[in-house]
Design a protein around this ligand. Sequence first.
Ligand code: SF4
Length: 505
Amino acid sequence: MQIIKSNKTQFEYDIQAILKSFYPEWEPHMLAPDSHIRDRRILEGEPVMELYFGETEVTLKMLVVLPRLSLEKGLHNFEKEHGESEEAGKLYTWHPAESEGTPAYKNGFKKFFYSALCQATGRTLPWGNLTGIRPTKIAMTMMEQGKSKEEINAYLREMHLVSEEKTKLAIEIAEREQEILSVLHYENGYSLYVGIPFCPTTCLYCSFTSYPISAWKKRVGEYLSALGREIEETARLFQDKILDTVYIGGGTPTSLSAEQLEWLLKKLKDCFDFSTVQEFTVEAGRADSITEEKLRVLYENGVTRISVNPQTMKQETLDLIGRRHTVEQVEEAFRLARRVGFTNINMDMILGLPGETAADVVHTIETIQALAPDELTVHSLAVKRASKLGRWIEENGVTAYNNTDEIMEIAARGAADMGMMPYYLYRQKNMSGNFENVGYAKEEKYGIYNILINEEKQTILALGAGAITKGVFSDDRIERCENVKDVGQYIERIDEMIERKRRLL
Ligand code: SF4
């Protein structure tokens, strides 16, 4: 654990988030004279820096030599520098012009803290001191306030020190999102999410609500009946509203049998009015869950968009990350979906997977290009400490954060070569290389729901284990209500899940 000594407890969240952007493996904690901490790990942690908030100046003193971030080896492939360094013991000073306690003071502090770290580590980060997961939301909000592109550009560059390239990307995506969302019913519309928390097996990096279907086979029926009740009861709350988009995710919904899928789709259509739906997506993410019969059920029930996700086209990596399917199965599932009639198919890929090089990413992109999907979603690997991958990395001593500008560029160029444009973007904590996830699509194939979930422009009613309903109200309030993740608990406490939504909505 890394300790930041301070004379005051303030901005702890921002300090931790910025430090973790540089060093995702760190567990930074702030220790001030007034902190009441009993955790021995914190009390015995390694003091790495000291902050002093004075009346006219703020100082930051480095107490150790910070691990350097090397340009050549990729952002987080760092090596600890040995020997003398001018950074150990170095003092950074800021003279704030703003009064303490104001938003401007906080912004000024974040800029100062981030800039000091850039000097100490020898690197800048692509998204500057922005630590939130939705950088495009800033651009979008400013556009809605009538700000010009130049003003947004200046704000992101000067206030948050975002790179020129990422600033351009954020503004480009926000403009496209605004145009795509113009078809929605803002006043009276909503979207629907349904979660199926089962998958053929659990991937090593998984951080979603997902259980291996073989272990839950006996209770899938019970899960569907509970879900059916939630569908019936909540549909009544939305009788007077317009349903814009529907997304069935999870998990992997196609882990269900063709009969179960048919039952679910019919239940949804019986309870909700689908006549206004502009986009109906089902995640068919895992090739080992796809059959022709299931694809036909989806197609015949009006599903307009599916995902067939390779993540990588390198068999060795697929085996390592526990996907338990072959590259050929992905290709076959994709072709089958085309034959059945799907004209909007997304493919997901992950950058920064353990052991993957730039050449592997080029291979994955070329194999995807040969299939010619309509959308490509490029994720940077996010390693959650609790995931199987987090433990695997620790045990095997592998560097997980090996994503680089070059690799990101290969994916972006690959998407552009397929005639796709970036249309949504979000970030996660602990991402490989502190980059971002970007959705690319051909014109007219943009996934509206993907933008909605990020930009929080419309109420999303979310059903099923682990699903989070977001109420977006006319006074700009956003409130959430979460279903329990555990499938057994969800089944037992279904009345409570329904009641929670009734109260929120
Ligand atoms: S397919 Fe997706 S949801 Fe299922 S285990 Fe893999 S990462 Fe998790």
